[in-house]
Design a protein around this ligand. Structure first.
Ligand code: PLP
Length: 401
């Protein structure tokens, strides 16, 4: 199904100002007009193809947006200065004071903190529910609900959302389904499954080189233009604009995303399968033992695999910390948050990326303090990696030799 989307990406072809194979970078914050009338019309949003000011729009940002819309199969896409810049703009565009959100309870800690704490300023309340249980989602919907929010594969528990079913429910109540697809670009195409808005932290797999933060909002032309509205647009007015130079560098990395995603998935699956055989508590959507395996199988674009994220629960924070330090020492990767890098990244989410979530709630959702989240890298010889990881665990007596 996604073949169409990746072909669309493949078919994008730009020419730079001097015939270069990369589009020219728009290195300007403001743009001139020959006629004052055209400037006025551009302000009013009535002129296509005219640039006004780079917080509103720039050629480099539009090129990157076009590539992301092709990946997600949406009409268009806006790019932002971070994933959080995308998430906050979408929420504030859709919700007014006293509105309500139904969100998955297992989401990125920053999104959780924004919904739970920051939105209080506007009396916007969020019901955090287990979105894998549709009846719980439906029960939480009220007349003030303005969106259903989930991650296609959740951070950090790797729960798989049934996007088709959630989209059907959202349509029944005439509210948008907003899906953060950061963990599964190309593997899952939420918009093609019925989601209304797809968000990305480009910081992760899509850029893939851990050298910047950026985000994207993929959706209809109407919604994305609304975000840029000079009077009411959350994108324009909150100002989380991506710099053109960075947009140009991300666009170059997007071109290898399909190759990288296949390798991330292949490596993560190999490790998950072998660690499961070794008796470790491993969670990976590609394992039959994963509660969302069937859902993932049903909705994924198979050629890209089950993704590069896996978790291991090694029983205690002491074990987790010792193992991560030992792996870093053996050059297996970095003890660092984030994901989608060419090297493996590992962190204990309870004390890092999900630390915004109170301890009792972490426990309730099954986020133990011995849980390590791995973003598996592009290692050429994953068998060697597996052996070295196993040795680290054996030395720490987490696993018998
Ligand atoms: N969404 C998910 C699933 C994430 O993991 C993150 C960051 O870790 C974000 C959004 C936020 O993205 P950024 O750090 O680019 O603002």
């Amino acid at each position: 199904m996604n073949n169409k989307a990746s072909n669309k990406l493949q078919d994008l072809q730009y020419f730079g100002e001097f015939g270069g194979v990369n589009p020219s970078i728009s290195d300007s914050s403001t743009y001139t007009f020959i006629s004052a009338k055209t400037m006025f019309d551009t302000f009013e949003g009535n002129t296509e193809g005219c640039y006004l000011y780079s917080r509103h729009s720039s050629p480099s940002n539009l090129y990157l947006g076009e590539a992301l819309a092709a990946i997600e199969g949406t009409e268009t896409a806006n790019v932002t200065a971070s994933g959080m810049g995308a998430i906050t703009a979408v929420i504030l565009q859709l919700c007014d004071t006293n509105d309500h959100i139904v969100s998955s309870r297992t989401i990125y800690g920053g999104t959780y903190a924004f919904m739970k704490n920051f939105l209080k300023k506007f009396d916007i309340n969020t019901s955090f529910v287990d979105t894998t249980k549709l009846e719980m989602v439906e029960k939480a919907i009220t007349s003030r609900t303005k969106m259903i929010y989930c991650e296609s594969i959740s951070n950090p528990l790797l729960e798989v959302s049934d996007i088709t079913a959630l989209a059907k429910l959202a349509k029944k109540y005439n509210i948008p389904l907003v899906v953060d697809n950061t963990f599964s670009p190309l593997s899952i195409s939420p918009a093609l499954l019925g989601a209304d808005i797809v968000i990305h932290s480009l910081t992760k797999f899509i850029n893939g080189s851990s050298d910047c933060v950026a985000g994207a909002i993929c959706g209809t032309t109407e919604f994305c233009l609304g975000l840029k509205d000079v009077n009411k647009g959350a994108g324009m007015l909150l100002g989380s604009t991506l710099d053109s130079l960075r947009a140009a560098s991300i666009l170059k990395n997007v071109r290898t995303l399909h190759i990288r995603m296949k390798k991330h998935s292949e490596n993560a699956r190999y490790l998950a399968q072998n660690f499961e055989k070794d008796g470790l508590r491993v969670v990976y959507p590609g394992l039959k033992s994963h509660s969302g395996h069937q859902t993932m199988k049903k909705q994924m674009n198979h050629e890209y695999g089950y993704g590069g994220l896996m978790t291991l629960d090694v029983g205690s924070l002491e074990n987790a910390n010792a193992l991560m330090e030992s792996m870093q020492e053996k050059s297996l990767g970095y003890l660092a948050v984030s994901l989608g890098f060419y090297k493996t990244l590992f962190s204990a989410p309870g004390t890092s990326t999900s630390s915004e979530i109170p301890l009792e709630e972490q426990k309730e959702m099954g986020l133990g303090d011995g849980l390590i989240r791995f973003s598996i890298g592009l290692d050429n010889d994953i068998r060697r990696t597996y052996k070295t990881m196993k040795n680290c665990m054996a030395e720490l007596k987490i696993l018998g030799k």
